[in-house]
Design a protein. Sequence first.
Lengths: 356, 319
Amino acid sequence: MSATEPLLRVEELRVEFPTEDGVVHAVDGITYQVHAGRTLGIVGESGSGKTVSSLTTLGLTRRQGARISGRILFEGQDLVILPEERLRAIRGNDIAMVFQDPLSSLHPLYKVGKQLIEAVQAHRDVSKATARNRAIELLGLVGIPDPSRRVDQYPHEFSGGMRQRVMIAMALANEPKLLIADEPTTALDVTVQAAILGLMERLQRELGMAIVIITHDLGVVAEMADDIAVMYAGRIVETASAARVFANPEHPYTWGLLRSIPRLDRPRDEDLVPIPGTPPSLINPPSGCHFHPRCPYAEPEHSRIDPALEPVPDESSHHVACLLEPARRRELWAQLREGGTPEQALAAVGPLETSS
Amino acid sequence: MIRYIIRRVLIGAVILVIVCALTFVFFRILPTGNPALLRAGRDPQPRLIKEIEGVLGLGKPLPVQFWDYLKEFLFHFNLGYSYYSQESVKSLIVERLPPTLSLTLGAAVLWVIAGMSVGIISALRRHSFLDRFSMGSALVLLSVPEFWLGLVFLLLFANDIGKFKILPGAGSYVGLTYDPWKWFTSMIMPWIVLAAGSAAIYARLMRSSLSETMREDYIRTARAKGLRERAVVRQGVRSAINPIVTLLGLEIGVLLGGAILVETVFNIPGIGRLSYQSIQSADFPVIQGTVLLASAFIILANIVVDVVYAYLDPRVRYS
């Protein structure tokens, strides 16, 4: 971790949407930071608040009637309270975003060239011809063959992967310092996924921007991220360097995520272990630890106590919000890592000593 | 595209012949009144009726009559002669078309501008007072019959019977080329009355269409690019106008066949009044001509709408 001030620092961010059914606590007090040139992976199931937190960074949840509190510090400015016009000058300029579905995210009735030119001209006072040349240059940069011809085509004339390249080109139009990529590869074929991730890594090296990559796919973050934040029900439940999360995960939810993906270094007949249950309601989240209804290791009082995100004993940059004893957590993970099921792990570690 | 249009025009021609046959049969079989009887004077001799039927060509069997008519129409572009005035139907139509064109196109400009602006404002300020007020007024305008609204306008503003004598009243139509200013002032009330109901429909359609497109992902992208809200809205409107264009084309097509109620209330000598009069006097050739004209406009409007649609939406391709 560098000692310098991070590029983006999110502090105690809360985003709530009042609805007819009650208040949706989409983001429930999260804190994270991204340093210049680094990549943060935000991992979680759909509905865990990862997209809402990023849209809020760009000020895009304001007009949906969201109640926002906390701070989002970008180069020292608090984006939560920044006036709309100043925020607009940052959107697409210093912070850009790539969305999940490139087909629905591009305007179907405008040529991609026009959409790129718009992105350039939104922040630069340049002629249309200059902006058009920039558009062609950008299409070339993201690896679209024959960019001077493709610039005059419509989005429906591009394949899925090529469309996502267009989205990335659009995001890069003004050389942002921070790129937020929300599930950038989820709608794409696996082979195209790898190409898009490779492209983002190359562009990050060339342009030196920071990336926040939002995904439900641990495979994606394993490839891209320096740091990982795991979100569950609007909260960050674990955050650490990517290497640390894969080697020594501390939260039972992270274990579940890791055990639910196939791995090449495990026996092929080993069963994948899905996380039981469904994501919780964000209107009435479970009491105590939000994960306790789905946690195989939960103890009775976990439904009453709310865990805080705290450093683990031997690594101050690794934080976890879990009520299990650290020693017990590590014993359980040791069992799981060997391929045991949660039940086997619990049996091996033994019941909780309540005498202490 | 060219081939598509040619095919559509050919299909349109076939439809016209079918329409022709149907009107031919309807007006001769259904009890619309016998034209010969209407012309024979009071208490006529049966022989006189037969004689007049002979003159009008009604004595021959129906299929022969139809064939004669079709032959004249297809090979000489002759629509026959009015039973009533002996004028050629073609020249009657040519004479009556300009007022209907003036009325329809002027009203269309009015309702498109009014309906779209109200719809856009309502969509962007949903559930505001302004939105509720405009949508409420739209509902009222939609529910009001045209002829009633027309009479109310005449009673309020006509310079003969009105309370405020500020606009020319019924029967004041003059040709555009004859006196442009008089033409314009005489059309103001008919335009407003004809446009009112449509403006309401367009406002509601625009509101729902734009509210929908403003929720699209690409609008979020436009905002994320840092575009000004004006530019973002323009992108939404660009998508939202497609259904409006469809409706507009078809509606103009229908109205060019004659806005019967408004033309009658304001006594405008257009196609609508011509059809109304010809039906009253069982003037078969004129009825036939106006119905054919109306169907031709509707068929044409459909083709135009399809072509414009392909231009508006690059994803649409006709093969």
